[in-house]
Design a protein around this ligand. Structure first.
Ligand SMILES: [Fe+2]
Length: 372
C-alpha cells in the first residue's frame, strides 16, 4: 500500500499552451509536487525523456502538434511509454474521450475542472504508479534473493557431494595402500581415463565425472583379506574367487548415492573387470553391453597395474605392457578404447611419470583436470 506522504516531490509535467490554465495547475500543485511546464507539444516528448516525470497532464488542442499526436509519440517511445498521461482538455465529446483512452491515457479531465477533483485524480494515478514501481522493485529483490539462495544451495550440495567423494577416494586409497606403498595407482587411473575419454569424444560433463569416479574402482578391495591381497605368489582357485568379490563389494559400498559421480563409480566398481569378449567378471557381459566407462577404466587399470611394482610382482617394462594391451585388443579390451589409448599414449606416459614418484598427491588433481 502506498502512503500519500510518499507522493511528496512527485514530478508533474504539464503540456498546455493556455497561460490561464498553466497558472491554475501550477498553483494547485505548487506546494505538493514539482511542476514543470511546456507550452509546446512538439518539444513535449523530448522534455519527458529528459525529466522522466511521474505523470503528464496533456492538453489536446494546441498550436502545432496536438495532444493526441504527443500521446502517440510518448507511448511509442520506450523511455516515456510507462509515464501515465491524463488529458486535460476543453474537448468534451464522447468520441474525443474514447480517442484519448484508446491512445493509452489513464484519465480524461475536461475543462473547466474543480481543482479538488484534479488533485484527487492526479493523486490516485500517482499512487497507482508508485504501487506499480514498488511491485517491480519487490519482484526484482525477490528474484535476486531466489538467485542468491539457489546459488547457496547449489554450492552447499556441491560441497557435500565433494566431501562424500573425498571420503570414498580416501577409502579407495586406503584399500590401495595395502598392495601399493604410495596408493597413487587410483589417482593415475583417474587421469588416464580422462585422457582416453577425451580422445573418444565423450562430453565434458562425463569426462569430469569419470575422472573422479574411476579412482573408486577398487574400493571393494577394502573387504579382501591381506593374505589374499598381498600374497606373493599366484592365487589358488578359492582365493581368486574371493579376490573377484571386490567388484561386487565395491558396488555395494557405493550403491544408493544421490551423487551422480558416485553412481558412475558404482557402475565402474562393478564392471571394470568385464572383458570385451565376455570372459570377464562378475557378470560376464560382452561388447557394448559393458558400460563405456568400465571399458575405459579396464585398460587404464590394467596398464597401470602392469607397469607398477606390487608385493607379488616386478613391474613390466612399458614396451612389454603396451604389447600386452595391443594383443588384448578385441579380447579383453574394446578395440576403439585401445585405439584411443594408443592415440594418447605419450600423454599417458607423461602422467605416469608425473605421478609415479610423488608420494603425496591429493584429490585436488581431479578438481583441476583441464578438459580443453
Ligand atoms: Fe579391480
Amino acid at each position: 500500500m502506498v502512503d500519500a506522504k510518499e507522493l511528496a516531490g512527485s514530478k508533474i509535467f504539464l503540456v498546455e499552451d493556455c497561460v490561464d490554465y498553466i497558472d491554475i495547475v501550477v498553483e494547485t500543485f505548487a506546494h505538493m509536487y514539482d511542476v514543470i511546464v511546456s507550452r509546446n507539444g512538439s518539444e513535449a516528448v523530448k522534455v519527458a525523456m529528459e525529466e522522466q516525470p511521474d505523470l503528464i497532464l496533456l492538453d489536446i488542442v494546441m498550436k502545432g502538434i496536438n495532444g493526441y499526436e504527443v500521446c502517440k509519440d510518448l507511448k511509442k517511445n520506450k523511455e516515456t511509454a510507462s509515464i501515465p498521461v491524463i488529458f486535460l482538455t476543453g474537448m468534451t465529446s464522447a468520441d474525443s474521450k474514447k480517442t484519448g483512452f484508446d491512445l493509452g491515457a489513464v484519465d480524461y479531465i475536461t475543462k473547466p475542472f474543480e481543482t479538488e477533483e484534479l488533485k484527487a485524480r492526479v493523486a490516485n494515478h500517482l499512487i497507482v504508479k508508485k504501487a506499480r514501481e514498488n511491485l517491480v522493485l519487490q519482484k526484482q529483490l525477490l528474484e535476486k534473493k531466489v538467485e542468491e539462495r539457489t546459488f547457496e544451495l547449489k554450492e552447499t550440495s556441491r560441497k557435500m557431494e565433494m566431501a562424500s567423494i573425498e571420503a570414498i577416494l580416501r577409502l579407495s586409497r586406503a584399500a590401495e595402500y595395502r598392495d601399493d606403498d604410495t596408493g597413487n595407482h587410483v589417482f593415475r587411473v583417474g587421469v588416464y581415463c580422462a585422457e582416453i575419454a577425451k580422445k573418444l569424444g565423450l562430453d565434458r560433463g562425463n569426462i569430469k565425472k569419470l575422472s573422479m569416479a574411476a579412482p573408486m574402482h577398487d574400493v571393494g578391495k577394502i573387504g579382501i583379506p591381506d593374505k589374499i591381497l598381498q600374497k606373493p605368489g599366484k592365487l589358488d582357485e578359492e582365493e581368486w574367487e574371493i579376490m573377484k568379490q571386490h567388484s561386487l563389494m565395491g558396488a555395494k559400498i557405493l550403491e544408493g548415492s544421490s551423487s551422480s559421480i558416485i553412481n558412475m563409480a558404482e557402475i565402474i566398481a562393478r564392471g571394470h573387470h568385464e572383458k570385451w569378449n565376455g570372459k570377464g567378471y562378475p557378470d560376464g557381459k560382452n561388447g557394448e553391453e559393458i558400460p563405456i566407462f568400465c571399458r575405459i577404466v579396464a585398460i587404464a587399470d590394467v596398464f597401470d597395474a602392469l607397469t607398477t611394482e606390487r608385493p607379488y610382482k616386478k613391474p613390466f617394462s612399458i614396451e612389454k605392457s603396451l604389447k600386452i594391451l595391443k594383443e588384448e585388443r578385441g579380447k579383453h579390451f574394446d578395440p576403439d578404447v585401445v585405439d584411443a589409448f594408443f592415440a594418447v599414449k605419450n600423454i599417458i606416459l607423461e602422467i605416469k611419470e608425473k605421478y609415479s614418484d610423488v608420494k603425496k598427491i591429493d584429490g585436488s588433481v581431479f578438481w583441476s583436470i583441464e578438459l580443453d
